[in-house]
Design a protein around this ligand. Structure first.
Ligand SMILES: [Zn+2]
Length: 394
């Protein structure tokens, strides 16, 4: 989820909002100010409902942020790097850069979110009680009561054992701990997520048919989002299961053909592209150090008449735009970085020297190989089930 506006950062965690948050904020404010609060407040003027709605909605988004911050800070405690938190249409997301290291970490990083929401629900609930006892008025009671209820609802909904909801992650952690197989656990939690998503779509459609209002549409939309996210997670878990234990060195094309940055595009075409079968060429400087990468797609975008006058370095991806990997790095940790300027390619560097290149085709080929030789041995690569140093059980 892209960040439209950055709000700041807490302990190195970027906090931002996507513009779609305005939609959900508007819906909540509208519901509170025009339906719920007027019913509760009776004869009080509409401006009171609007002001109370604004305070309640803003405090709710602060509660949501606290929920996500709990995930992010716990993740950091387990050594998991956090890219940031974004509030958007369906609430909040804390973007973790690494996978949780253990089943226990997976479980706790997930559980602290709903626990935070439950705690906030309790705090607002007690505050509402106190407001009632002190006779602070119906407005304070209404706002605090709603905040208590919505935080509890948020916690309960998130505890449904279906990925990508927190409950799904908790289920994954428990199954992982019980059976020792992280990927199988992730697949089960993601499948539960798809089932739950379809269930919500069904409920939403039924509500649209039988109950007036937009509630059903919203439910179906959440269901659709969950189904998609769960499917993506299941696929990711499958890939992870198959590529686990496979390093960048196993999939890379070693010693790729390299070009200098100061040759023209015309000579690149004549001397390299037409003589080789590669569709991307890493660029190295006079010292042999990586200095970018050029792809056929970039050459295609250049006007043919400009080829003689244009240098490779003028149109190539610059060095800082080219994803880098170490040969011994797990290929799974490289995958998320294989995007941007290079059309999915990454260079492999060891001790400052270019030793290989990885393209999406290399990864797909390895996936097909592991599928083909499941249970057997991969030529030149270890089977995914046996990591080096793992004890072999027979
Ligand atoms: Zn959460």
């Amino acid at each position: 989820m892209n960040e439209t506006l950055r709000l700041g950062s807490i302990r190195g965690i970027r906090i931002g909002v996507n513009w779609t948050v305005l939609v959900i904020f508007g819906l909540i404010l509208l519901g509170l100010a025009t339906v719920q609060f007027p019913l509760l407040f009776g004869d009080l003027p509409p401006i009171v409902s609007w002001m109370a709605g604004l305070v309640a909605a803003l405090t709710f988004f602060a509660s949501l942020l606290a929920h996500e911050l709990a995930h992010a800070l716990t993740a950091q405690r387990y050594g998991v790097r956090v890219d940031g938190i974004t509030l958007w249409l369906f609430g909040g997301v804390a973007r973790l850069r690494d996978e949780p290291p253990t089943a226990g970490a997976d479980l706790w990083i997930a559980a602290v979110g709903p626990l935070t929401s439950l705690a906030l629900g309790a705090v607002f609930g007690v505050a509402a009680l106190v407001a009632g006892l002190l006779e602070l008025g119906i407005v304070a009671l209404g706002v605090l009561g709603w905040l208590a209820a919505i935080n509890v609802v948020l916690a309960v909904f998130n505890l449904v054992p279906a990925s990508p909801l927190d409950g799904g992650r908790i289920l994954r952690g428990i199954l992982w701990k019980a059976h020792g197989d992280r990927h199988a656990a992730a697949v089960t939690a993601a499948r539960a997520g798809r089932v739950f998503g379809f269930l919500l779509i069904g409920l939403g459609v039924a509500q649209v048919i039988f109950v007036p209002g937009l509630g059903g549409l919203w439910l179906a939309l959440i269901g659709w989002f969950l189904t998609n996210a769960a499917s993506a997670e299941e696929q990711h878990a499958h890939v992870q299961g198959r590529l686990g234990g496979i390093t960048v060195a196993d999939v890379m094309t070693p010693d790729p053909i390299v070009v200098r940055p100061d040759i023209t595009v015309a000579s690149l075409l004549d001397d390299y592209v037409l003589r080789n079968r590669c569709s991307a060429f890493p660029i190295v400087d006079v010292h042999g150090r990586p200095a970018g990468l050029i792809t056929l797609a970039q050459i295609k975008h250049l006007d043919p008449e400009q080829r003689v006058a244009t240098l490779v370095s003028d149109i190539a991806c610059q060095d800082d735009e080219v994803p880098r990997a170490h040969p011994q790095e797990p290929v799974m940790s490289l995958l998320p970085r294989m995007q941007g300027c290079t059309n999915g390619r990454a260079i492999v560097v060891e001790d400052g020297h270019l030793v290989g290149i990885v393209s999406p085709t290399d990864v797909t080929r390895m996936l097909e190989l592991t599928e083909l030789l499941r249970g057997g041995h991969l030529p030149g690569a270890r089977p995914p089930s046996a990591r080096p140093g793992d004890p072999t059980i027979r």
